[in-house]
Write a protein that binds this ligand. Sequence first.
Ligand SMILES: Nc1ncnc2c1ncn2[C@@H]1O[C@H](COP(=O)(O)OP(=O)(O)O)[C@@H](O)[C@H]1O
Ligand SMILES: [Mg+2]
Length: 170
Amino acid sequence: MSSELTGRAWELHDVEATHALAARVAAVRRGGDVIALRGELGAGKTEFVRGLAAALGAGQADVVCSPSYLLLNVYAEGSVPLAHFDAYFMSSSDDLERAGFDELRRAGHLVAIEWAERVEDALPDDTLWVDLRPLGDTPDGRRAELSQGARWSAAVQPERADDRHGEGRA
Ligand SMILES: Nc1ncnc2c1ncn2[C@@H]1O[C@H](COP(=O)(O)OP(=O)(O)O)[C@@H](O)[C@H]1O
Ligand SMILES: [Mg+2]
């Protein structure tokens, strides 16, 4: 099923455009949904999550670190609470579970995961996948592609869309 967000490439010419795309995703989010981010170091995964947090009015993150690296940021104050995992140092989906993935989803958090391919087998079928890569040869250009399972397709119908964020459209 085609939808407003998926099945096309988004050309994001600067960080603001990445934040604006994240805001469009946040506008159709529900607690318990999972947003899985893929892309190399510096692709803009963290910036995308910052855009989600800003759009939700999430306020200050409660940072949960392992002794040596960021594991999880929880933003409890937004319209929907947001849990932001970084799976870079996770070696299996067990690590994600141990960090509280199921518990946070059940508690109604929107969950965003960087390096989600590392924990793919823990993710639900209706996960929204966000792939970020460089666009052209400008330092700020990014290309995003979104793909999803059935539930997201149903949630993101064209009549729910608008152009108020004005990001570059392919
Ligand atoms: N269009 C863009 N989208 C996202 N980040 C961008 C963009 N243009 C430039 N940047 C910069 O690229 C870097 C992306 O870093 P980050 O989001 O931490 O990447 P990742 O989490 O994928 O490793 C940031 O310094 C950001 O300012
Ligand atoms: Mg990152």
